[in-house]
Design a protein around this ligand. Structure first.
Ligand code: LLP
Length: 463
């Protein structure tokens, strides 16, 4: 009997007509092939970048970050104006944070969301205006909260009852006045195309909707805390508006109830807008998302007879994800025979230490030859790293030209979000530099680690 499965490729991955193509939704808008087939990004060829900086190399297209940041801001401004309100966009720094990115997003008129004292210090070192910062986190320490209040962070998003009392003590001691929001858990958890809505979500962030009125009443009692609104965030890499609309409807019920105790000028609906990692990902254009979400809030407010608050959003991935690529050199290659075909394992000189997302989440990525075009029919490959772990996968399923060989340069797309921030030194592999490209120029924005960096904290070495 013949097996129904005729290839180890997953159903969603078709053999491409051209295994050198650059799918526009996945790659930065500046990505193109040069005269010799080399990949060019931000006007700089991949081989030139690698000659200067080596591999592995994280590359960020500055123009793409700025274009996406300003595009998202404009989309929400337009949607808000059409629905009788205003919108503020916070870049969620956890997606990728260094002082250069802080400057870019601030220059594009965005605000910035940080979620630890460490992220706060990077934002301040990058010259961020503290009033344009939002500070999140389910376990902010007293020291972190003191620092945030002291530097004048614009909004602290309170996550728990304990945090209310921590902040109450700080403002009582310092005489400061602090704007705060309360993070609530709307019971909606969205992931890609589906969302799940329950009465209570089983996770650590925020407070349940039904405990919020008591907590807000307590916040309102505290002189020095200025309650400006509710916050909720329903997940990440979300396609479509349905989950946001459901969550907004639930939070608006609470918002309306809380109006009895005083004015509530704002509402923050979080981030989570999905991006394309492979050719089958088709995220909604941001203009449609913005209009879909903002109009749902406007309609919800009209139906309840309340005025629409100022809205805030916190996209991270949608700003930096597709602006980043990672360049690797191919090392070893082997074909592994399987019952239903074979798979070519292509090993590169990085891996789960610079991109943990496939190992952590089973995330999919796309890869292409970066210094030349292929000269053979596509073969199914799995791009793997150099770590001592079989789950060390960089691109689980991809077709590359069948002549892919040791020494080839490989580019993995859409590595701008949650790759560098989740990087590690597993197996004592140094972390790669981050290089920005723009208008034909490149520059290091975060230097790579050296072997002496790896030894620097080892207290057993005599110095
Ligand atoms: N706001 C809050 C409160 C968040 O917790 C997050 C993400 C964001 C905004 C930004 O979400 P984005 O627009 O980037 O989806 N490491 C995972 C993603 C973790 C997201 C955590 N929170 C990944 O690599 O897929």
């Amino acid at each position: 009997m013949q097996s129904a499965v005729s290839s180890p490729a997953p159903g969603w991955l078709a053999v491409p007509d051209d295994a050198d193509d650059l799918v526009p939704a996945v790659w930065p808008a500046s990505a193109e092939r040069g005269p010799d087939g080399e990949l060019i990004i931000g006007g700089v060829s991949a081989d030139a970048l690698v000659r200067t900086y080596g591999t592995p190399l994280q590359v960020i297209d500055e123009g793409e970050v700025r274009r996406r940041a300003s595009g998202i801001r404009a989309a929400f401004d337009t949607a808000a104006a059409a629905n009788g309100t205003t919108a503020r966009v916070y870049y969620a720094g956890k997606a990728l944070l260094n002082t250069t990115i802080v400057r870019w997003v601030m220059e594009e008129g965005l605000n910035l969301d940080v979620c630890t004292g460490g992220e706060l210090e990077v934002a301040l070192a990058g010259g961020a205006d503290a009033a344009r910062l939002g500070f999140h986190g389910n376990n902010k320490s007293v020291a972190e909260l003191e620092r945030a209040v002291e530097v004048g962070v614009g909004t602290i998003v309170i996550d728990s009852e304990i945090e209310i009392e921590r902040l109450a003590a700080i403002v009582a001691r310092t005489g400061a006045s602090q704007r705060v929001m309360l993070r609530v858990n709307s019971g909606v958890h969205a992931e890609t195309h589906d969302f799940l809505a329950t009465a209570h979500e089983d996770q650590k962030f925020g407070t349940a909707l039904d405990s919020a009125p008591g907590l807000v009443a307590r916040i309102r009692e505290i002189e020095g805390l200025d309650f400006v609104g509710l916050h909720c965030h329903i997940g990440s890499q979300i396609f479509g508006v349905a989950g946001f609309r459901e969550s907004a409807a639930r939070v608006l019920d609470l918002h309306q109830e809380l109006l009895a105790g005083g004015d509530i000028p704002e509402l923050n609906l979080g981030g989570g807008f999905g991006i394309a990692y492979t050719r089958v990902d088709t995220p909604e254009p941001i203009e449609n998302l913005a209009e879909g979400i903002v109009s749902a809030v406007a309609e919800g407010c009209a139906a309840r007879g309340i005025s629409i608050p100022a809205l805030s959003f916190e996209p991270g991935r949608a700003i930096v994800g597709n602006a980043g690529i990672t360049l690797y050199e191919v090392g070893t290659i082997k074909d592994v025979a399987l019952e239903n075909g074979s798979r070519r394992y292509v090993s590169v000189d990085g891996g789960m230490s610079d991109n943990a997302r496939p190992a952590l989440y089973g995330a999919e990525f796309s890869a292409r030859l970066a210094a030349r075009l292929g000269d053979a029919d596509p073969v199914l490959v799995r791009v793997v790293g150099r770590h001592c772990e079989s789950g060390d996968i960089v691109v689980d399923h991809e077709y590359l030209p069948g002549d892919v060989a040791p020494g080839d340069l490989l580019a993995v797309a859409a590595t701008g979000a949650y790759c560098a921030p989740l990087s590690s030194n597993y197996n004592h592999v140094p972390r790669p530099p981050i290089v920005a490209v723009n208008g034909g120029e490149s520059r290091v924005i975060v230097r790579g680690e050296s072997l002496s960096d790896l030894l620097a904290r080892d207290a057993g070495i005599e110095r």
